[in-house]
Write a protein of this length. Structure first.
Length: 389
């Protein structure tokens, strides 16, 4: 098999690197069901707050490269942007890089290797008071040109953008208000932004929107409403404007269920989505995530189509910092034989050998099933390196 590029990157990363990023939904088994515990954004993603940085270093990431004399508390104390150096309370800078080594059709004459710089951006959280009731969060950085578009094209999108920039106001102990650009409130924000549950619902890597998000957090449940006007960097005719509402409730210490209703439209198409999800943890580090949803698209002067999708992800802790992950995605875009069933299965390792580093190695299989038969399986090997400072 022609896996030299992926193997080389995997070996290099496993020897010298590894990364933390942000807390993932699969960490529910550690008892962290609310994203607000570790993030400035109440729905997760984006930069970690001080508690999230410390928690990741002293509980999630491996200790393999540290002596037994180094305590978990000391690791937490060194989790700042400049390590142990104290920064002013109002100033929290950060940096994130993500790179992907991809090999398609491994072992065949058609095999191809690519390396993609997926993300390189700086972020900053500025607190206007010591209690962090008023916080501004922003990011700016590089995004690659979408595949299929020439890097010299005159109408290609900019390679530089701000994925998020918002103001957060803690109105009371339970209520938070967010104003600005951020990810839409919908379903489980799993780490794989190419998952059908994210890609086909309009919640992929660069699908942020400007709007107002209101979140109420209680010990046993959360409800979040997101009113959005689309991405203001787009032409007004293509901005999806609408509303999404998510409710989540705890069924136990390590089990949370929820659902989302979503509606948006632009000048050409109307989107309606609805989903139910579950985040279940069992034993320290083990979890099962599931999401089932309906997707309805109404294009002007065209009959509406209604499809269904499902996502199931299992995460098993092998040892501290090293996890086995397996995920299955399914979608049929019309819930009929008129369109094929798309099925994707990925499995591999999610590793955090050191604080600030993450490394993933995955095998991905894709299959298309229709009335006329089953297409040849599509295989790929992936190795991802994430660095978060």
């Amino acid at each position: 098999m022609k896996i030299s590029l992926v193997s080389a990157l995997a070996l290099l990363a496993s020897l010298f690197f590894s990364l933390p990023s942000w807390a993932y939904p699969s960490f529910v088994s550690y008892g962290y069901k609310s994203c607000m515990t570790c993030h400035y954004n109440g729905q997760g993603s984006g930069p970690l707050n001080d508690y999230g940085r410390a928690l990741f270093s002293q509980e999630i990431a491996s200790r393999s490269f540290y002596s037994n004399k180094t305590t978990d508390e000391q690791l937490g104390e060194s989790s700042g942007f400049f390590g142990k150096a104290q920064l002013p309370y109002w100033f929290r800078p950060g940096f994130k890089y993500r790179g992907l080594a991809l090999q398609t059709d491994p072992g065949s004459s058609l095999s191809k290797n690519r390396f993609i710089n997926m993300q390189a951006e700086a972020n900053l959280a500025v607190s206007l008071d010591q209690d962090q009731k008023y916080v501004f969060v922003g990011s700016y950085g590089y995004v690659p040109t979408p595949q299929g578009q020439s890097s010299t094209s005159t109408n290609k999108p900019s390679n530089w953008l701000s994925r998020e920039h918002y103001f957060r106001w803690q109105v009371s102990d339970q209520y938070f208000l967010f104003i600005g650009s951020m990810d839409k409130v919908y379903g489980i924000r799993i780490i794989d932004h190419t998952s059908y549950s994210r890609l086909y619902t309009g919640n992929a890597q660069n699908d942020q929107t400007h709007g107002v998000m209101i979140q109420r957090i209680r010990p046993e449940n959360e409800i979040t409403a997101h009113f959005f006007a689309g991405n203001l960097a787009q032409d007004s005719a293509n901005r999806q404007k609408g509303l999404s509402i998510m409710y989540e409730k705890d069924l136990g210490e390590f089990h949370r269920i929820g659902g989302t209703g979503y509606y948006s439209s632009d000048d050409y198409v109307k989107w309606t989505r609805a989903e139910m999800h579950s985040k279940y943890g069992f034993g320290k580090g083990n979890s099962l995530l599931s999401e089932f949803g309906i997707i309805k698209n109404e294009v002007a002067n065209t009959a509406a189509t209604t499809g269904a999708y499902a996502m199931l992800e299992a995460n098993a802790l092998l040892t501290r910092g090293y996890n086995f992950v397996s995920q299955v995605d399914y979608i049929n875009q019309t819930m009929s034989t008129a369109t094929p069933d798309l099925i994707r299965w990925s499995t591999g390792l999610l590793m955090f050998p050191l604080p600030r580093f993450e490394f993933r190695t995955f095998i991905v299989n894709g299959r298309t099933v229709s009335d006329s038969g089953v297409s040849p399986d599509l295989w790929s090997l992936q190795a991802q390196l994430h660095l978060s400072l």
